[in-house]
Every structure is written in C-alpha cells, then in structure tokens.
Design a protein around this ligand. Structure first.
Ligand code: AMP
Ligand code: MG
Length: 318
C-alpha cells in the first residue's frame, strides 16, 4: 500500500473536521461574506484549522493550498467570531488558543509545488447553510498528479441507508467508501450504461455555478432521459464514483463565462471517480490541471462520467 501514512493522517483529520462541521450545523451557523461575496462560516474556518494543523505536524515540508485564510478573523471587530471558531476547535483539540487556531488556518496559504495538499474545508458552503449537501475535500498532489483524495460527506446517504460517508482513493489502487462513523468498506465502481435506473446525471443546485439548460441538453443527447439530480459540492463526484449517476456536468455559466475553477473544488473528487473506473476532463477533453496554479487556468468546464459515455458527451459538446 502506498501513501500509507498520508492516508491515515488525512482520513483521521477529515473525520475530525466533519464532526466539527456537523456540530456547527446543529447550532444553526450564520454566514459571513468574503471579499468575493461568497459565504464563509465558523465551520469552514474551524475545519481548515483542524486539517491544516494535522497535516503540518505530520508533513511539515508539504505546502497546503486551502480555500480559506484567517484574514477575516484577524479584524478587530471579529473577536467574537474568532472565539466561536476556537470554541468549536476546542471540542476536537482541547486547550487550543485563538492565536494557535489563526496560525493553523494560515498554514493553508501555501503555494503549489512538486508535492502539496489542496483543501476545501467546506465545499458547498451554500448547501451547508441550507442544510443540504456539503463536503470536506482533501487531496495530495505530487509530480503533477493527484495521488490521494479524501471526501467527507456528512449529509450524504448511501444506497444501503447510512448517512455520513467518507470516500478515499489512492492512485492505481482503486477507491472505497466507508461510513464516517466507522463500518465496512465498499469498493467504488462507476455505473454501466445498461443500469437504467442509475443512468442519470448530477449538476449543481446553484444555477449560477453552471449552465443548466445546456447541461440538460447534453445529457439528453447521450441518452439520459430522466431529469437531473441536483446536489451541492463534490458529493456529486462521490455519487458518480458510487455508480449512482453516470454523469456530472459543470459547464461555464453564461453569467460568468470567464470563471476559472479552483483546484480544491475538483482534485479530491476527480481521483475518486477515476479510481472507480470513470473519466474526468474539461469540456474540451483536456485533463484537469491541478499542478500549475490554485486555479485551473487552462481548463473550461468539467465533465465527469462513467468513462463509457465520455467521448459521446465531448462530441455532443462540440
Ligand atoms: P457546487 O456546490 O457544485 O455548486 O460548487 C460549489 C463551488 O462552486 C464553490 O466552492 C465555488 O468555489 C464554486 N463557484 C463559485 N462561483 C462559480 C461559478 N460561477 N461557476 C462555477 N463554480 C463556481
Ligand atoms: Mg468549494
């Protein structure tokens, strides 16, 4: 088994962060607004603090490229938010000070390099706030390739009825899911085209994160006859990797045609689908570039499929 220590550290810390997120969600979180107008909560910041601390202690030389930073919490009028984040982190890591928590969050301000981690401490913050789906997404990128991906999906329910799932994949070794609360591993396997009840497609809940009209037209063009399943966050990748859908389409929104995707929004999900036998490219069939920058500057849109229908999807897009 490769990346054994990385897997252990990453899995343990994502499970801890998922506990923090669920705790915050029970207490009805409020959103703050970042400079780009997107929402952030104490759970995003607490989750990032916990995961970055664990990674930094275990792998001090690995940069971490994470979505959040502690700037918002260092503002003078944010002392009470700072205290809230520290309160939740303390339930997982007792006796942590606010100063430490801020420093741990800022371990996530690293740059891409030959080996680094990328983290979305809460992917789908809007879903988190709506009591819908969200994910904690962590990936290790080495020599230009995602080697390890972990997705914690605390609100996702498996076909067998467990809520709270953890997806894990290691390059070349396949992937599995396991209940976040512990239990047995289920290998990941994408769906085949003749499994009609599961031959469907997923897209974002947020209409502005894609082009739903075109996504639906493309799905129909490749023979998907049922309406889309709309899900927040990289839980969509988990659903494709579990064989619960054949396709996830994310085409550029007509409102934001120049939007560049963030690596932390796709790296963990991509390896999980690939190791389940699926395929992930941009809308032109180009591999997603996770290694050059924190944004996927040379990619447009994202196409995630069971593999078998991938070429037909790209052809329909042309
Ligand atoms: P989802 O839950 O799949 O809708 O994706 C949530 C992610 O969408 C967030 O983490 C944002 O980084 C990202 N996002 C924000 N604006 C856009 C946009 N215009 N197009 C695509 N993704 C976006
Ligand atoms: Mg995100």
């Amino acid at each position: 088994m490769t990346y054994e220590q990385e897997q252990k550290v990453a899995i343990d810390t994502v499970i801890s962060a998922a506990k923090l997120c669920q705790q915050v969600r029970q207490d009805i979180p409020q959103a703050m607004e970042k400079t780009d107008k997107s929402p952030v909560t104490v759970a995003d910041l607490g989750s990032q603090a916990i995961i970055c601390k664990a990674l930094h202690e275990a792998f001090p030389n690995d940069p971490i490229v994470a979505e959040e930073d502690a700037k918002i919490l260092r503002q003078e009028d944010q002392i009470s938010t700072q205290e809230k984040v520290t309160h939740y982190v303390n339930q997982i890591i007792p006796h942590s000070s606010s100063e430490q928590v801020l420093d741990w969050i800022d371990y996530g301000n690293g740059q891409v390099s030959s080996r680094f981690w990328t983290l979305d401490p809460i992917d789908g913050t809007k879903g988190f706030l709506r009591q819908d789906q969200y994910a904690i997404a962590l990936a290790l990128i080495e020599d230009g390739e995602v080697k390890l991906g972990i997705l914690g999906c605390p609100a996702l329910t498996s076909a067998s009825g467990e809520t709270g799932l953890l997806f894990v994949a290691v390059r070349g070794e396949g992937g599995y899911k396991i209940p976040l609360a512990g239990g047995s591993k289920t290998p990941l396997q994408v769906v085949s085209n003749d499994d009609l009840s599961r031959f469907r497609f997923v897209e974002s809940v947020e209409a502005s994160h894609g082009d739903q009209e075109r996504q639906n037209a493309i799905a129909q063009a490749v023979g998907i006859t049922t309406p889309s399943v709309r899900v927040d966050s990289q839980a969509k990748y988990g659903i494709v990797a579990s064989g619960e859908a054949a396709l996830y389409l994310r085409l550029p929104s007509p409102k934001y045609p120049n939007y560049q995707e963030n690596i932390w929004d796709h790296a963990a999900g991509a390896i999980i689908v690939e190791e389940a036998g699926g395929k992930v490219t941009d809308m032109y069939g180009k591999p997603l570039d996770f290694a050059s920058h924190s944004k996927m500057k040379d990619n447009k849109g994202v196409v995630v499929s069971n593999g078998t229908i991938h070429d037909a999807v790209l052809k329909a897009l042309n």
